[in-house]
Design a protein around this ligand. Structure first.
Ligand SMILES: Nc1ncnc2c1ncn2[C@@H]1O[C@H](COP(=O)(O)OP(=O)(O)O)[C@@H](O)[C@H]1O
Ligand SMILES: [Mg+2]
Length: 294
């Protein structure tokens, strides 16, 4: 319980989740030496990556940088060839998605994998429907009333704006669908949640709602990994940024101490050469080139 972050505790931190007491800043997932090859392609080479409780870490990088490959390695969908995986202080070697889920890691993929023709309740409880005790042996009737109640509470707790949990998912907006997918992931009570481009398909208002939701998750003490190519979103909510570039670590940044220019430079591999960027790397000599806009 000694670890703490540099910033003051967030309001509401510790109200739920993260397996009891929230220890903001405690490393939950620590990856080192993660490598993955596809034939001749080094999709990931010697990657280190850390996600901490009560923190949003953004994973950013250009197309082909290795973001999806890293997420698949973490989620167990496509295990890495090499690498050390420490979760909550324990060395683990998950072999399959079910192992990873059991550890307390949930993934919300970009396509969300929702069943459009089912309502919100149906989607939340797909595969874990409650049964009426008395009817279980005859017909497995779902306890819809209690599931609907739990769905309402869950979504309200997330601040999700979904007026009716009996609406079919196909009638919802992109932001509402994202909220449903995140709520479904939370039913497994994860300690860490991976969100793959959660705002990619959303307009401004919906994006704001989903970003609020990511902050809610963080305040509950979850470690949130936000994959995004949108630096506005990243700077709005993330605490730290990990850059991948061509399958390698491209730089790690603390949002409070860096600039967009520095992060863009790490993503593209171009030298960070604006005065503002120099502040993010104290002690580094700065090549001063004015009018660097392209
Ligand atoms: N299943 C695969 N087979 C072959 N190459 C792959 C496969 N998946 C990813 N790659 C390659 O690995 C590299 C990283 O890809 P990816 O992780 O999808 O990047 P990102 O998600 O950052 O855009 C790319 O060069 C990509 O072409
Ligand atoms: Mg990708």
């Amino acid at each position: 319980m000694s670890a703490h972050s540099e910033r003051p505790p967030e309001r509401g931190a510790g109200d739920r989740g993260a397996g009891g007491g929230v220890d903001v800043g405690r490393p939950l997932l620590e990856l080192t030496g993660v490598s993955k090859r596809f034939g001749a392609v080094n999709a990931l080479a010697d990657i280190r990556f850390t996600a901490r409780a009560g923190e949003i870490v953004a994973l950013v990088g250009d197309n082909g940088a290795g973001k999806s490959t890293l997420i698949k390695a973490i989620s167990g969908v496509q295990p890495a060839d090499e690498g050390t995986f420490v979760f909550d202080g324990q060395r683990v070697s998950p072999k399959a998605p079910t192992d990873v889920t059991r550890l307390g890691i949930a993934t919300v993929y970009q396509d969300l994998a929702l069943a459009d023709n089912l309502d919100v309740v149906g989607n939340l409880f797909l595969g874990r429907e409650r049964l009426f005790e008395s009817t279980r042996r005859i017909v497995p009737l779902m306890d819809k009333v209690s599931m609907a109640q739990q769905a309402k509470e869950l979504l309200a707790g997330l601040g999700a704006r979904i007026p009716n949990v009996l609406s079919r998912v196909e009638s919802l907006s992109g932001g509402q669908r994202q909220a449903v997918a995140i709520a479904r992931a939370l039913l497994g009570e994860p300690k860490l949640i991976l969100l793959d481009e959660p705002t990619a398909a959303l307009g401004v208002t919906q994006t704001a709602h989903v970003l609020e939701l990511t902050t809610t998750l963080k305040r509950r003490g979850l470690a949130v990994v936000l994959i995004s190519h949108n630096l506005s979103d990243v700077f709005a909510v993330a605490d730290r940024i990990s850059v991948l570039r061509l399958g390698r670590n491209g730089g790690d940044f603390t949002v409070a101490d860096t600039t967009r220019e520095a992060v863009v430079a790490a993503i593209t591999g171009l030298a960070a050469d604006t005065p503002a960027t120099a502040a993010a790397a104290p002690g580094q000599p700065t090549a001063s080139r004015q009018g660097a806009d392209t």
